[in-house]
Each structure stands twice: as C-alpha cells, then as structure tokens.
Design a protein around this ligand. Sequence first.
Ligand code: G3H
Ligand code: 13P
Ligand code: ZN
Length: 332
Amino acid sequence: MVSFKELGLVNTREMFAKAIKGGYAIPAFNFNNMEQLQAIIKAAAETKSPVILQVSKGARNYANQTLLRYMAQGAVEYAKELGWEKPQIVLHLDHGDSFELCKSCVDFGFSSVMIDASHLPYEENIALTKKVVDYAHQFDVTVEAELGVLAGVEDEVSSAVSHYTKPEEVVDFATRTGCDSLAISIGTSHGAYKFTPEQCTRDPKTGKLVPPPLAFDVLDAVMEQLPGFPIVLHGSSSVPQEYVDMINSLGGKLPDAIGIPEEQLRKAAKSAVCKINIDSDSRLAFTAAVRKVLTEKPGEFDPRKYCGVARDFMEELYKHKIIDVLGSDGKA
Ligand code: G3H
Ligand code: 13P
Ligand code: ZN
C-alpha cells in the first residue's frame, strides 16, 4: 500500500472547492507517453495551474499502469525542478470499470479514481460506486462517478445515442454513493467526431459545420439540485480546426471532425463544472506535428526530432486551454 501523499500528489477535494468558488475549471489531461507528460507538466508549471493527470484503459494497455504511475511520481519532481514549489498534481484513474481496478489504483498511489458504472442500471451504478467510495475514502482518495451516458465511445463501452443526465436523480445518487464529484451528460462525447454533419448547421459564409449547443438547461437543473457540488465534463475536446486542416493537408483523412466550441467550455468552467477532460485535442496536436516534420524533412528518422516538435505543439495547446478556456492559471 502506497499513499498518494508520500508521492507528493494531492486529491481533488480542496482543488474542486476552490475552482467552484473561483469560477474556473481544473484541466484533466490524459497521458500515454513521456512527451505528453512533459508537455502537461511544463504547461501547468509555467502557468501555475493545478492539473489532473488521467490514466485511461487505453493508456494502461499501451504504456503499462505501473510505468505510468512511476512517471506521474517523477512528474512531481520534474515540476519542482521547473520551479513550481508546491505542485498541485492529481493522479486520476479515468473510466475505471471495476471495483478491483479502482482498488488497485488506490493501493498503488493514485489520488483520485473514477468509477464509471453509468452504463449499468441505476441501482447497480449506485451499489458499485458506493463500494468504491467506501474503500477509497479510507485512504482519502477522492471518487468521481457518472450519471447519464455520453454518445460515442467510452473505452469499450459504446453508446450510439447520448442519454442526458436526469436532474431528478442526482441528489439521490450523490447522497447514497457519497461520491466526491459527478460526471454528467449534457451533449459532449469522446473523440474527434462529436456530432454528425446532420446534427450541425453550416455557417453560410465559411461553409463550416456549426455544432449544436450543449444542454446548459440540464447543467443548470443539476446545479439547482446539488448546489456547490463538483461537476465533471468528459468529452470536452474542441477539435481545433487548425490541426485538422494541417493533418488533412499533409495526407491525413479526418473528414468532418468536430468538437465542442471553446466558448461553451469557458461558460461551463465558470459554473460548478470544475473538471474538464481533454484527450483528443492533444492527439490531434501530436499527429499534426509529426505529419508536418516528416513532410518537410522526409529524410528525418530520429524520433526525438518529430516527437520533440509534437511536445512543443502539445505544450502550446495545454497552455491555451489553461489560460483561455478553463481559467485555471495562477490558481496553484
Ligand atoms: O475517455 C476516453 C479517453 O479519451 C481515453 O481513451 O482508452 O483510448 O486512451 P483511450
Ligand atoms: P475527448 O475525447 O473529448 O478529449 O474526451 C476525453 C475524455 O473525456 C477522457 O475521459
Ligand atoms: Zn471520458
């Protein structure tokens, strides 16, 4: 048993309370490799932003859970080397799908876990979430749960349609499970294709797709039921057009890729939404950079040359999210 406190990590409790009061949101960035982690930590250290490092199922399969945990531990030391005296870094399990997995992360030094039982019937979601909460809270590890189902692909849980969170369920759910934060479904979804062209309108001037707005009425109703309770938004990449265009113009194929407009995320961050999950945007930045370098220098075969540029692109992206979208700069 390793406590996250020994590793210099923090849980989300105080971080979320401050974010709600301050009208900003904490960035939750997924990481799968060293370059992503370096870029996240550099961006957070330079902007003095609290940050959540997320480990998904895909990341565990790709990079190994043990290795990722030691990388996060190293990230705390790296942050200090960069001059961030008291780094505010959470290590979070993204979309945990079983009690055993959540327990193994708690035992191994994660400071926060998500139990995602949103695809189960309501009572089963409550029972599993409560089991994880009861275990995690013994060690001061905070727990995120989910009510409602996002469209798109959540790891291996696939849902073709989105089922918005039912505001009438949230008080019962939060009270009976004791969860520390709640991920809700208000129209966001995972990946780079968040809406079909049929769900969008077209800007008559540019011909570009304009996505439908998020269901802020559902968010408002949830906040009315649970005043001051930390709310989480998954699937919050905005799929920057500049990266999509760069990828497509350099031999890629991402037709009609579309995300959540950043103004809507900014609006959400000012409310009780205090954790915003971003993964796909980082993948797009990485891919755009690699395509650019390899196109411009076809003779390049040193991975540090293209992964280094990818790291710069991601750092820029993370800083932009922190400063211009989530407003968490200067809060750590
Ligand atoms: O929630 C989904 C995240 O983007 C992680 O996806 O399991 O492919 O790493 P992944
Ligand atoms: P995106 O695919 O929109 O980046 O969402 C990431 C996410 O929700 C991770 O849990
Ligand atoms: Zn997610």
